[in-house]
Design a protein around this ligand. Sequence first.
Ligand code: GLV
Length: 325
Amino acid sequence: MTQKDQKPKILVAREIFPDLLAQLEQVADVQSNQDDLIWSAEDLKAAMADKDAAIVTGGERIDADIIAASPNLKIVSNIAVGYNNFDMPAFKARQVMATNTPDVLTETTADFGFTLLMATARRLTESEHWLRAGQWKKFSICDTPLAMDIHHSTLGIMGMGRIGQAIARRALGFGMKVRYYNRSRLSPELEKECGATYVDRETLLKESDHIILVMPYTPENHHLFGEKELNMMKPTATVVNIARGGIVDELALAKALKEKKIFAAGIDVFEGEPTVRPELLALDNIVLAPHIASATEKTRRAMIELAIKNCLTGLAGKTPPNLLS
Ligand code: GLV
């Protein structure tokens, strides 16, 4: 056996920073996708077939079929905190480890949640389009896009994990009243620290000026935010989604925005990513972003480093720091 043969075979399914790839190549026999080609499920299956491990992103669906076709597979390491791209029962059935990258992206993602909230409430992109279209002809008190306030308004956070809590802490600085809904309540100490009050879903929907969705995507919360929920919101309210596209019924959202049933929306995640529905693209009262909540260089680097660490730890027969169960 040559030394190369003894190295574990790892697939890196998407482009990563070249220096991190080079480090991984020191210890593993790596097949990488530095051209960032979009692989079909069949391409991915073929690339994984002889691998001991794979490092993937949320864009790669790892299901029972792929796992069954990869007999040597020991671990799949996601470069993401969300792992709805993993068929977890299939991982368990074959005893393949699955890992994600929590914590390292919390503050960056919360920053972006707030960025999108503010851009949405203050009609930032719409105002910029208005300016670029030459509509700014004079200084006017009323004839510019008028927005909604953020300071001292009521923020409703749906999903109060690490990122939800980090958003709540930011909201305190704006004097916002923070309400949250989550499957389980925070401890009284954490509620106090985040300045957040637990309310039921209906109260949150009816009373919030701004709503932000930060919960994980599961089959149970598919289209959890649809016509019924939008109808409960104030006509002056905004909703921001930095969780997963499938949580929002996008056609119902587009209709509510078109009919001005709510004031505006900010969307970073889409159901058919990277495709965005024309119904959303046609609207003015929406701020759209290409799934960039964790996209600072520092944080993306930290996510890749952690994904590599998880992968190599698992391959070494130890428990990876972020093993999912
Ligand atoms: C991004 O959406 C992530 O889950 O990390």
